[in-house]
Design a protein around this ligand. Structure first.
Ligand code: GLY
Ligand code: MN
Ligand code: MN
Length: 439
């Protein structure tokens, strides 16, 4: 059963703001579709991020319709009450209760969507929806418009402008409000606890999936029933596969373990990576590389300031990493040459972060008119430099298969930034201390 929405005014205000931006026309925002997994079972349902941002309503088979202009309206389509289905699957609000408890102007059964859309679309000058996000919805919405066009001789007109509602929603979602930040802080805190728990349970000969289980246990027992993305639990060489999710190898004494995992809480993601020694003590080569990545991350976090552009944290991290790779003798030549030729990319091939929010790789443009955009208070991003050294003849043996990433979640504030994931141990000393006090 979805709980009544305790924040009716907050969601209504988001809808009002969007209506003001649109100025005119109709917006149609469907939630996500349930997906069958196999016979009689479905993948865990996850509502659409935009739909939930504007409604707080978590049931599948729901659609939000907004009318902008002089008489703004906010209309929900949702499942009817159905006592038979509710015995099997649980509570459904039904249109009447949803309308009242979630603060809409009107609500109708989802079965009436096509019929009502034909009325609602008629004579609207513009139609907005998440263009291209879902082929079935593209078809259905174009058909609804065609149905209105077919009645042209009775004097109604179909919207002549069709555009992507996400252009507006992405910018709104990029700046997090206090309610969102409260949830993100809690998601971060739970996820930090999970990383700490993983460190305490790691030891040689455990399986990667045993450590994954510790992460999931910690998420779930704090009310975050799902990870925000599939956890990466990568021992030794597996850490050099950037999207490793096999999580089924035995952890070896002397190897590092890279864990990239964060929970989703109330629709918001945390995204943390920590890398630590399976046996609780960094060896000297591991420590050398780790300190380089940690220094690169510190430089990038220091650059995540309001007014700085999106790319400045990345540039700061790359500079420190490139110098570190020269010092390790795995890149050669001057710092300028390594940066210019991008030879550091052999060991650091991804970018230093992404927006974070409802989606782990959250919405929002990174460039405006071709230029990296400026960071602003309320933006949330990750900072996640790394170093991945695959075996090769020209690489010292002690560095083979070292894969390290350190990832934190950052809120840009008026005076600088706040590291939301500070509580996950990160220095060599702190990690070794936590691992000494194992359960
Ligand atoms: N966990 C996904 C990422 O770090 O981007
Ligand atoms: Mn990550
Ligand atoms: Mn990330």
């Amino acid at each position: 059963m979805t709980r009544p929405n305790p924040n009716i005014a907050l969601y209504a205000e988001r809808r009002r703001k969007l209506q003001q931006q649109l100025q005119r026309g109709i917006a149609i925002i469907p939630t996500a579709t349930e997906v069958a997994r196999n016979a009689d079972t479905h993948y865990d349902y996850r509502y659409d991020s935009n739909f939930h941002y504007l409604t707080g309503f978590a049931e599948p088979e729901s659609v939000l319709v907004l009318i902008a202009g002089e008489k703004p309206q906010s209309i929900l389509f949702c499942r009817d009450k159905n006592l038979e289905r509710e015995i099997w699957d649980g509570h459904r609000y039904g249109p009447d209760a949803a309308c009242e408890q979630f603060g809409f102007d009107a609500a109708y059964p989802i079965a009436q969507l096509d019929e009502k859309l034909a009325e609602l679309i008629a004579d609207q000058p513009a139609l907005f929806y998440p263009l291209g996000a879902n082929q079935a919805w593209d078809t259905r919405i174009i058909q609804a418009r065609e149905a209105v066009k077919a009645k042209a001789r009775s004097g109604v007109r179909a919207p002549s402008d069709i555009s992507d509602i996400c252009v507006h929603l992405n910018e709104m979602r990029l700046i997090k409000d206090a309610h969102e930040l409260d949830i993100m802080r809690r998601a971060a805190t739970i996820s930090c606890g999970a990383h700490r728990r993983a460190m305490r349970h790691t030891r040689p000969d455990r399986q990667e999936y045993e450590i994954e289980a510790e992460l999931l246990h910690e998420f779930c027992r704090h009310g975050a029933r799902h990870p925000a993305y599939t956890s990466i639990v990568a021992g030794g060489a597996n850490a050099c596969t950037l999207h490793y999710v096999g999580n089924n190898a035995r952890l070896k004494d002397g190897d590092l373990l890279l864990i990239d995992a964060g929970c989703e809480l109330d629709g918001y993601a945390a995204d943390i990576t920590r890398t630590f020694p399976v046996n609780g003590r960094f060896d000297s080569a591991q420590k050398d590389v780790y300190e380089i990545v940690l220094a690169a991350q510190a430089a990038a976090i220091a650059a995540a300031q309001p007014g700085n552009t999106w790319n400045m944290p990345h540039d700061a991290a790359v500079r420190v990493l490139a110098q570190g790779f020269i010092d390790l003798k795995i890149c050669h030549g001057s710092l300028d040459a390594v940066l210019e030729k991008e030879s550091y990319k052999r060991f650091y091939m991804h970018r230093t972060g992404h927006w974070l929010g409802r989606d782990v790789h959250d919405v929002g443009d990174y460039k405006i008119n071709g230029e990296w955009r400026a960071l602003q208070p309320g933006m949330t991003l990750t900072v996640e430099p790394g170093c991945y050294i695959r075996p090769a003849d020209d690489i010292p043996l002690a560095l083979w298969n070292i894969g390290i990433r350190i990832e934190d979640d950052i809120l840009v504030t008026a005076s600088g930034n706040e590291v939301l994931t500070q509580a996950a141990p990160k220095t060599v000393a702190d990690i070794e201390e936590v691992m000494r006090n194992e359960d």
